[in-house]
Structure formats: structure tokens, C-alpha cells
Design a protein around this ligand. Structure first.
Ligand SMILES: Nc1nc2c(ncn2[C@@H]2O[C@H](COP(=O)(O)OP(=O)(O)OP(=O)(O)O)[C@@H](O)[C@H]2O)c(=O)[nH]1
Ligand SMILES: [Mg+2]
Length: 266
């Protein structure tokens, strides 16, 4: 089948998409070496991907490259991003494999910026935070967007916030004090961090707790910047589409906390 823009955008399902695409197409040509790389992992995010990309460009201008790592989304997310044909948007479509941690890892491997960051592509994490977070890299090795630092906020339903806080409490006890949002997944760091620490690319969001733990064990500095996590407005959650999936994901986090503690990080 030959994919075409009209195939995916046959109806008005995606508000503002045409405008976003027009604006993005008019963006300036690429810098040979982007200063910043932002990696987005996507699976069925067609309602959010263009807004996310547009907002990142809006806040980081022409210093940034965006790497979209999509696991062959049935809704054609990868195709929407590819169809932008934007010189500073790289789309990696992985076929026959799934995984959040491995998707971010792949994007990091493909990135070129001196500063590397990653985040969800569902508009829950505001790209407007990125310039401030990047400014923090003047002082810290790693800057994390934090829902639970003072002045941060988690806008999701009570059950999800309570579960997330519980997991963070456990992570604090097992992995150490000083980080309030261990499973944030919204981060920027200096590329040199990867000289000391590798992301272990297994599992869903729990990889992030182990990554931070490993960074701190290597003496790297982690700073949290508070932000408001806005609950998903469009699309379907992959971590908690059902109560069963929600608990299964939660158990993965609990197990990973202990695995992280017991694993050798040298
Ligand atoms: N490449 C890839 N991306 C994924 C996969 N699962 C989820 N994602 C993306 O990872 C990000 C986080 O997934 P979400 O579904 O938002 O999970 P969540 O943040 O725990 O839950 P909600 O925000 O409540 O929906 C989103 O950008 C997803 O599209 C996957 O298997 N592969
Ligand atoms: Mg999300």
C-alpha cells in the first residue's frame, strides 16, 4: 500500500493538524550540528505528535533536532511525522518490536546534540519547560521535570497520582533520598553523562528510576524542576488503558526498584 497524506488525514480527526504541518514546513533549514536533541517515543499518538513537535520547535527554535521513535503505530503516527518532511525531524519506525525504554535508547543512539533530552509525546509534559531545564545544565549534569518537587503538580485522577506517589516513596527508601519524581521520564542532560552511565533499555517507564539511581551512584548531579503534568487530553494511555494494565505496570515499577538496587552499576 502506498501511504499518502490524504490517507491518514482523510477526515477532520486531528484539529489544527493542517496548520501545524504548514508552519513546520516553513521552518528554517537545519543546522549542521544541532545543539539539542529531543527524543520522542511514540505509539498511537496521531492526535498529539504534531502538536508536540510544533511546540518543541516553538520553544527551542532552530537549535534542536527532534527524533521520533515509533513502534510501527497502527494509527500511522510515524507517517504523520515522516510526512512533515522536516529537515530537523528524524523518524525511526521500528517494525516488529515494542518497548518504551528501548525506543528512547534508540533515539539517544541516533542523536547528535551536545544536549540530549527525552519526553512523552502526548502533551502531558509541556515543551515550554525545556528552555529553563536546559539552562539548569549550566550547573547540573541532569535536569528532570518533576511533578512532585515543591510547586509541581500532577493533574491525573486520584488513583494514578496515589500509585505514582507510592512508587516514588518506595524508590526513595530503596534507591536513596533527594529525588521526588523518580519515574518522571522528562529530562535533559549533557551528552557527557553517557560516558559514565548507560540507559538499560528494558521495560516500560521504570527504566528511568534505575537510570537516575545509576547516575547518582556515578557522582552525577541531578536537579528537579517543578512542572504541572497535565493529564492526557487526546489519545489512549499505554501504561494504564485498563485497571489490570495499570496494576501490571505498577508491579513492573516495584520489581525494577529492587532490581536496580541489586544490580551492579559499574
Ligand atoms: N516507541 C514506543 N513508544 C511508546 C510505547 N508505549 C508508549 N509509548 C509512548 O511513550 C509515551 C508514554 O506513554 P503513555 O501512553 O503516555 O503512558 P503514560 O504516560 O504512562 O500514561 P498516560 O499519560 O496516562 O497516557 C507516549 O509518548 C507513548 O506514545 C512503545 O511501546 N513504543
Ligand atoms: Mg503519558
Amino acid at each position: 500500500m502506498k501511504w499518502s497524506k490524504s490517507y491518514w488525514l482523510a477526515d477532520d480527526e486531528i484539529s489544527g493538524t493542517e496548520n501545524a504541518m504548514t508552519d513546520l514546513r516553513e521552518a528554517p533549514s537545519p543546522l549542521p550540528d544541532p545543539r539539542i536533541s529531543i527524543v520522542l517515543a511514540t505509539f498511537n499518538e496521531r492526535e498529539n505528535i504534531l502538536d508536540t513537535i510544533g511546540s518543541i520547535f516553538e520553544h527551542l527554535g532552530d537549535q534542536v533536532e527532534i527524533i521520533v521513535v515509533d513502534d510501527d503505530s497502527p494509527d500511522g503516527t510515524w507517517h504523520l511525522a515522516q510526512d512533515l518532511n522536516h529537515p530537523r525531524v528524524k523518524v525511526i519506525r521500528r517494525v516488529g518490536t515494542r518497548g518504551l525504554a528501548s525506543a528512547f535508547n534508540r533515539g539517544i543512539l541516533e542523536s547528535r546534540g551536545e544536549i540530549v533530552g527525552w519526553m512523552d509525546a502526548d502533551m502531558c509534559m509541556p515543551p515550554a519547560m525545556l528552555p529553563g531545564m536546559i539552562a539548569g545544565l549550566g550547573k547540573y549534569d541532569i535536569v528532570v521535570g518533576s511533578r512532585y518537587a515543591p510547586d509541581g503538580k500532577d493533574d491525573r485522577i486520584f488513583l494514578r497520582v496515589a500509585a505514582s506517589r507510592l512508587i516514588n516513596r518506595l524508590a526513595t527508601l530503596v534507591l536513596g533520598y533527594g529525588i521526588r519524581d523518580y519515574d518522571s521520564g522528562f529530562v535533559v542532560l549533557r551528552r557527557s553523562v553517557f560516558d559514565k552511565v548507560s540507559l538499560i533499555p528494558t521495560g516500560y517507564g521504570a527504566y528511568f528510576m534505575e537510570f537516575l539511581y545509576s547516575c547518582r551512584r556515578k557522582g552525577l548531579t541531578v536537579h528537579e524542576v517543578p512542572y504541572t503534568f497535565r493529564d492526557r487530553q487526546k489519545g489512549i494511555s499505554k501504561s494504564a488503558p485498563s485497571l489490570w494494565r495499570f496494576f501490571a505496570t505498577g508491579m513492573q515499577y516495584v520489581i525494577r526498584i529492587f532490581v536496580a538496587r541489586l544490580r551492579r552499576h559499574d
